[in-house]
Design a protein. Structure first.
Length: 93
């Protein structure tokens, strides 16, 4: 069983025309993400892992797969440092 990143249970998310606003109800902090960041969060919520997210974004936007992988990894690392993500077991696909 692999570990997968998920949106933390302390995060509340609201879609906006430009992306999403995230509220950490435990820490009282707010964050905003652009439309691509919001898409990444939606894919994460749907159960996709980092590699699957990068692949789907690369295909959707016709972007360089290696660059997308790097960008997705950096984005998820930033969210993890900000306590927006939690790690848990990956139960299924």
């Amino acid at each position: 069983m692999h570990s997968i990143l998920a949106i933390s249970s302390t995060i509340r998310r609201t879609q906006t025309p430009d992306g999403a606003v995230l509220l950490d109800v435990e820490r009282g902090e707010m964050f905003s993400v652009n439309a691509i960041g919001s898409k990444i969060l939606n894919l994460l919520h749907a159960g996709l892992d980092e590699t699957e997210i990068a692949s789907q974004l690369s295909t959707t936007f016709g972007a360089d797969p290696e660059q997308v992988r790097t960008d997705v990894h950096e984005f998820l690392e930033t969210l993890d440092r900000r306590h927006i993500l939690s790690k848990g077991p990956r139960a299924h696909k």
